[in-house]
Write a protein that binds this ligand. Structure first.
Ligand code: FEO
Length: 168
């Protein structure tokens, strides 16, 4: 059993994970429309991962006997001008998600809610991997600038497999 405040905050996090999925689906579509097929594939896998994160929280809320609130999902702004801008936005978003998860952990700790604290640790670890992976791609994109190297990076992005990052 979790208390009302925790259930409410977890429902907000559930919404943020669904928004993340929506955002990455949008980024995937931007890449596809622009001709970055590797980027489109990379962000589609990111969409799938975020959907999985959302469902993980969904199941936890139910397992704890609390109510699911399906809050409205905000429309993401997906008008990018470059692949670099797209990944920079992704990093900014993941940093916001890390902050949000840290706040949830603080709440669990304050409430001595060990079950939620333990549950959230998986997400905290996942954020380290996500930020590192996106940061690495941003560094590579900055290195090649507007040159032809961007197509090599796009090709590398297409090699990402489900559940793994491009750097693995
Ligand atoms: Fe599930 Fe990338 O935050």
């Amino acid at each position: 059993m979790i208390n009302k405040k925790m259930a409410s905050e977890l429902n907000t996090q559930l919404n943020k994970e669904f928004y993340s999925a929506y955002l990455y689906l949008g980024m995937s579509s931007w890449c596809a429309n622009t001709g970055y097929n590797g980027g489109a594939s990379w962000f589609m896998l990111q969409y799938e991962e975020e959907s999985m994160h959302a469902l993980k929280i969904y199941k936890y809320i139910l397992d704890q006997g609390s109510k699911i609130e399906l809050l409205a999902i905000e429309q993401p702004d997906i008008n990018y001008t470059s692949l670099l801008e797209c990944f920079k936005d992704s990093l900014k978003h993941e940093q916001m998600m890390t902050h949000s998860l840290n706040e949830l952990c603080d709440l669990a700790s304050k409430q001595k809610d060990h079950a939620s604290y333990g549950f959230l640790q998986w997400f905290i670890q996942e954020q380290i991997e996500e930020e590192a992976s996106v940061g690495e791609i941003i560094s590579k994109l900055k290195l090649v600038g507007d040159g032809n190297g961007i197509f090599m990076i796009d090709s590398q992005l297409s090699q990402r497999k489900s559940g793994t990052q491009v750097s693995e």
